[in-house]
Design a protein around this ligand. Structure first.
Ligand code: AP5
Length: 194
């Protein structure tokens, strides 16, 4: 199974992505984590990406496609993927779909994690106190939310139109969110646990 997780900053993509990938035995691919690994390693891609990430803007599409798609295709051909944070614009979605379907590894379902802005800001600013991500400052968080509204939110209609979308209320405890996602995917949480 190939699943996309989309949602605003702080909606729980990373948290749910990790849990679901374990439960469903899928490869968890987190766009932000792959970018931060490039920054950490000091690669040219990492240096370029960091400029955008630190401003809360989207990293250019060609860099994202080059970084993500080989990993996505490999995972799709090896049991399936749980892809968190990519695509993040309709242009990325078109190109990712073209490349994935050519390899027979297109998305089977898209989960949209929905939560109110106040909850998102509170979660991110609490995380900032312990993790110190360079983009978790109030100004950059504001920008990330703005970019989400402009570039990423249109994906909701795009995937609804393709009949793949499941909207999940992500403003609840993480266990409840996981259970709702599994139900949306037509899976029985207890059966998977067993
Ligand atoms: P990325 O790392 O993906 O950041 P983001 O989308 O802003 O999302 P976050 O990591 O802040 O939140 P999340 O939704 O994963 O929630 P989490 O589980 O961490 O991307 C960073 C940057 O990289 C982007 O701004 C952009 O520059 C670039 N980038 C990435 N992908 C790109 C793309 N495709 N194209 C171009 N650029 C791209 O949870 C947040 C906090 O809340 C945690 O502390 C967690 O413990 C807590 N929490 C989670 N769930 C719950 C819950 N149910 N109840 C209470 N607390 C919860």
């Amino acid at each position: 199974m190939n699943v996309l997780l989309i949602g605003p900053p702080g909606s729980g993509k990373g948290t749910q992505g990790e849990r679901l990938a374990k439960r469903l035995d899928l490869r968890h691919i987190a766009a932000g984590d792959l970018l931060r690994a490039e920054v950490e390693k000091g690669t040219p891609l990492g240096a370029k990406a960091r400029e955008f990430m630190d401003r809360g803007e989207l990293v250019p599409d060609d860099l994202m496609i080059d970084l993500l798609m080989p990993v996505v295709i490999a995972a799709g051909q090896d049991g399936g993927y749980l892809l968190d944070g990519f695509p993040r614009s309709v242009a990325q979605a078109h190109e990712a779909r073209r490349l994935a379907e050519r390899e027979g590894v297109g998305a089977d379902a898209v989960i949209y994690l929905d939560a109110p802005r106040d909850e998102l800001v509170e979660r991110i600013l609490s995380r900032a106190k312990v993790e110190g991500r360079t983009d978790d400052t109030p100004d950059v968080v504001r920008k990330r939310l703005e970019v989400f509204g402009e570039a990423t939110a249109p994906l909701v209609d795009y995937y609804r139109g393709r009949g793949l979308l499941h909207v999940v209320d992500a403003a609840r405890p993480a266990d409840e969110v996981t259970a709702e996602i599994l139900a949306a995917l037509g899976l029985d949480a207890d059966a998977i646990d067993a």
